[in-house]
Design a protein around this ligand. Sequence first.
Ligand SMILES: Nc1nc2c(ncn2[C@@H]2O[C@H](COP(=O)(O)OP(=O)(O)OP(=O)(O)O)[C@@H](O)[C@H]2O)c(=O)[nH]1
Ligand SMILES: [Mg+2]
Length: 259
Amino acid sequence: MSAVEPVFVYFIGTAGSGKSTLAASFKKWMSLRSLDAITVNLDPGAEHLPYEPDVDIRDWISLEEVMEMNELGPNGAQVVCADMIALNTGEVQESIGTFKPDYILMDTPGQLELFVFREAGKYTIQFLSPSNAAICYLLDPLLARTASGFVSQLLLSLTTHFRLNQPQINVLSKADVLAQKELRLVQTWSDDPDELETALMAEQASVYREMSEGILKLLKDVGGYTKLIPSSKDKLQGIEDIYAHIQLQFHGGEDITKD
Ligand SMILES: Nc1nc2c(ncn2[C@@H]2O[C@H](COP(=O)(O)OP(=O)(O)OP(=O)(O)O)[C@@H](O)[C@H]2O)c(=O)[nH]1
Ligand SMILES: [Mg+2]
């Protein structure tokens, strides 16, 4: 049993960015170190999960049932489900309360906009974890390997931070799908906004490029420019770094690894 308040880590990112896989990798990494973590699936539409959830929103909400009962397609039903998640936070909290973990790994629904832009996501985070939530924001590498693509992904991350107002870590997920050269380039941009600006200037002149430059300036001005942690399911790459960042935020960097 943990003596300190558990940390809720919310994995958030665009559809298919690797949220469920990262939640599974994180849990595996923690188990290998005898750290207590549980996984919570908040995606009522999840068909296959790469982990066995300890708490599963599908016990209370079925996407298929919502589709049938409301004669909705999968996207419309997901909107209804997003609000239903908020209505079931009491049950989720009770179920989480039967465990006493150090970390609670929250796998969020596929569509980022449902969790980030609708009030239900914010409500859920505040209800379950008013002072102990960390957002692990996943950038999809295939959308971030051009300078303007990288800027647009950072903007989405900043928007998430702006909406949810919680400590946030940016992760470059599936880093293994990038060629070494591409990965190095993206890391250079992540380390130094001036390098990113230079790469932007090298793109073809267009209104879009001008917008990207304006957005980059905004990101620098409001502090939305943060370093990325590359991560991959291969060899559980990056998990230790993510864990260290979260520990620093909540426990002053103390390692809770048990001997
Ligand atoms: N190569 C590689 N593939 C990955 C990695 N992480 C996830 N994937 C693959 O990317 C696809 C999507 O991964 P998920 O973990 O389901 O992504 P998600 O964000 O949970 O997806 P949704 O919930 O449907 O939005 C799957 O085919 C995964 O196997 C990784 O680190 N490397
Ligand atoms: Mg998923």
